[in-house]
Design a protein around this ligand. Structure first.
Ligand SMILES: CC(C)(COP(=O)(O)OP(=O)(O)OC[C@H]1O[C@@H](n2cnc3c(N)ncnc32)[C@H](O)[C@@H]1OP(=O)(O)O)[C@@H](O)C(=O)NCCC(=O)NCCS
Length: 306
């Protein structure tokens, strides 16, 4: 079973028409199992399913189930019907598996493909995360109520505590893990030691918000180039304000400094992930100038795919 060149070309045209900022979807992944299906009127679609297992202690577990079946669809211009046919074939294929409770079926798909949304919903997938970009020029000077400064290695405890508040909140509105802080701590400590771009907002000398960021280079052939337009991107990994200080401008002041700093350092733009189910971040990030590029559709456990 293979995915035809005509379907690959149609898929490429579909992505280009949907959103000019999407990278070329290219060819199906070289490893994995190929699925093929047809719409009721006989149009063929295909996809590749990869299975991944994240062992205990790995950082991927912060956002991912331990065992993941990921579908890479190639549906060309077949729209809702094509995606529906492919998801039916996937459901049928999953009958041969015995996924455990810590498992998921996932698809990463262009956010602007409205025709695919209904098919995902009909098969039990939910939009759990969004990759969003910001490429606008930085905003004017931030508010004077908060002091924003780069975090140093000696700020580790404060940075970790603020990060923990974010995990506590996202565990309410997405799939969190009780051990999130232990998973994150070693990397956070290393990043602070290495002088990574991490900022703190202070109110009267007390740290009330953190922006834990990094650099991602979307060079041709890299994993990042499959997700982002070419360039060097500021990656906004983890942002959180201490619960009692939320809604008082710390987040906005912090991000004004972060956006100006990345702009000054020559970043193409900044990007981040947020959960559409998070009532704070799903409003905050679009207000900060971010717009969705990819949506991460997911169903947990994997056996719940309909
Ligand atoms: C998202 C978050 C970082 C924003 O930081 P913040 O310091 O609250 O941000 P600001 O005060 O600058 O702006 C928050 C906006 O929400 C509004 N708001 C109203 N009530 C609020 C409340 N109880 N909590 C938070 N925001 C509130 C604010 O008025 C503001 O809107 P505006 O710009 O239209 O006035 C913060 O809410 C937070 O830590 N949330 C929990 C963790 C989280 O979701 N992190 C992001 C993961 S992607």
């Amino acid at each position: 079973m293979t995915i035809s060149d005509a379907l690959i070309a149609a898929n490429r045209a579909r992505f280009a028409a949907l959103d000019p900022r999407l990278p070329d979807p290219g060819h199906p992944p070289s490893s994995g199992e190929t699925l093929v299906a047809a719409t009721p009127d006989g149009r063929r679609v295909g996809g590749v399913v990869q299975v991944r297992t994240h062992p205990p202690g790995t950082l991927d577990l912060l956002w991912s189930a331990a065992q993941v079946w990921q579908l890479f669809p190639f549906i060309g211009d077949t729209g809702t019907e094509g995606m529906d046919a492919l998801l039916r074939a996937w459901r049928h294929r999953m009958d041969a598996e015995s996924p455990g409770p810590d498992s998921a079926c996932t698809v990463t798909w262009p956010s602007r493909d409205a025709e695919a949304v209904r098919a995902f919903l009909d098969h039990g997938l939910i939009p759990i995360s969004t990759l969003a970009l910001r490429t606008a020029p930085p905003p004017g000077p931030p508010s004077r109520e908060h002091t924003v400064r780069r975090a140093q290695p000696e700020d580790f405890e404060e940075v970790l505590a603020l990060t923990e508040h974010t995990f506590d909140y996202t565990a309410l509105v997405a799939y969190g893990r009780p051990e999130a802080s232990e998973l994150q701590a070693p990397q956070l400590e290393r990043n602070l030691e290495a002088g990574a771009p991490i900022w703190l907002a202070e109110d009267d000398g007390v740290a009330v918000a953190v922006a834990d960021c990094g650099w991602v280079n979307a060079a041709p052939g890299s994993w990042a180039a499959e997700l982002l337009p070419p360039g060097t991107w500021g990656y906004v990994n983890n942002v959180g304000t201490e619960p009692r200080s939320r809604g008082r401008g710390a987040g906005q002041a912090l991000m004004a400094v972060v956006h100006r700093a990345f702009h000054r350092m020559g970043a193409t733009g900044t990007y981040l992930y947020y959960n559409p189910t998070n009532p704070l971040s799903s409003v905050f990030w679009p207000q900060q100038g971010y717009r969705p590029l990819w949506t991460y559709w997911e169903v947990r456990p994997a056996s719940a795919l309909r």
